[in-house]
Design a protein around this ligand. Structure first.
Ligand code: SF4
Length: 264
């Protein structure tokens, strides 16, 4: 492996081992710093800013973020290879934040993982130039892409960004990716009606190559981080969707002709 790209630097805030929710099998999740969106419900608000931030949790102040090389991350990933093998098809998932915001680092890390025979996935908003996304795609086995809403105004109101670029990129990614799975966080007052979910599922189906859509129920885990960062959590009054509601929305997805799943 070329030494140069093992030395490519990136900024992360966590590496989480043994996840079963972020791609197939047992995954190691690398959480990158920096995100172009500001979703009201974000459970990783410490991911959003590029700069290092102090976060208070349980009375302890810690600095969020560290600069690492691809080689350093790979060392940690390599420790889990035995678990990937045992679970059949586990591997590494880049999450965040938004991995497309650090294309050099993400590309080098994905490429290095593939060269080690490790399966790869990215969790992404798809909010970037298509040229950037194309750099990563050859090294990604599964793209887990959020489609949060098909209505641009509503999308902007709740995430601060319009969705035109995201929907346009989704059409292209569907043609070029090895596997594209659409994921939708189900957020009461934003996109939790049957009509909202049907519109997203129909869009996903129209992409032609998408077989699966995952519905991720809104939760409040991570809401205490907002106070720890000196920010205000504006969703405190929102109740998570009930199991019955999620089942109803799941059947909407299935009626559109996609394999649905609750949770990621
Ligand atoms: S896209 Fe993800 S990481 Fe970025 S603000 Fe939204 S929920 Fe948070």
């Amino acid at each position: 492996m070329e030494q140069s790209y093992l030395e490519t630097k990136g900024r992360i805030f966590n590496i989480q081992r043994f996840s079963i929710h972020d791609g197939p099998g047992v995954r190691t999740i690398v959480f990158l710093k920096g995100c172009p969106l500001r979703c009201r419900w974000c459970c990783n608000p410490e991911s959003q800013e590029w700069h290092f931030e102090n976060m208070v949790q349980g009375g302890v102040t810690k600095l969020v973020g560290r600069d690492v090389t691809v080689g350093e991350v790979l060392e940690e990933i390599a420790r889990d290879r035995v678990y990937y093998r045992r679970s059949g098809f586990g591997g590494m998932t880049l999450s965040g934040g938004e991995c497309l915001w650090q294309p050099e680092f993400s590309e080098a890390l994905l490429r290095a993982a593939k060269e080690m025979g490790i399966s790869t996935a990215i969790e992404t908003t798809g909010y970037a130039e298509m040229d950037v996304i194309r750099r990563l795609l050859p090294y990604v086995d599964t793209v887990l892409m959020d489609i949060k809403h098909v209505d641009g105004e509503k999308h902007k109101e709740f995430t601060t960004r319009d969705n035109a670029k995201i929907l346009e990129n989704a059409r292209q990614i569907a043609k070029e990716a090895n596997c594209l799975v659409v994921r939708t966080p189900v957020i009461p007052t934003f996109n939790d009606t049957e009509s909202d979910i049907r519109s997203i599922a129909e869009f996903a189906k129209s992409l032609g190559t998408v077989r699966e859509m995952h519905l991720l129920p809104y939760h409040r885990i991570g809401s205490d981080k907002y106070a720890g960062l000196g920010r205000t959590y504006t969703m405190a009054h929102i109740e998570p969707p009930t199991k019955e509601k999620m089942q109803t929305l799941l059947s909407v997805v299935e009626r559109v002709g996609l394999k649905g799943q609750i949770g990621g």
